[in-house]
Design a protein around this ligand. Sequence first.
Ligand SMILES: [Zn+2]
Length: 115
Amino acid sequence: MALIKCDKHGETGFMPFVSKELSKRIESGEHIKHDDISWIDVLLIDDEDGEILQEIRYWMSTSFFNSISALKKYRILTEHDEKEVDRILSPIIKGGGCCGKCFDEQTDKIRLKAQ
Ligand SMILES: [Zn+2]
């Protein structure tokens, strides 16, 4: 895992799957409400046996999610799917990512609810 230097936590793990705008809000210590956070699940699936190879949850603010008219869940089976999902996700995660501990602190309750 990549490391990041956080003002609050020092050198700690980097959480990459958070949009730039949400990362900024998390690191500023702003209290973020449940309905202010949305996520997109991306499942990477083996196109031969249908096995889930990887599942990543991408986090962003709800207003951002609403502005991009994306689905809540994407399944990647082919290269074409991958390109399509990349196109949707790249503006979200470009320049994003934040301190893993700050992310945990800010989203603990939300993530429990989201499971
Ligand atoms: Zn931190």
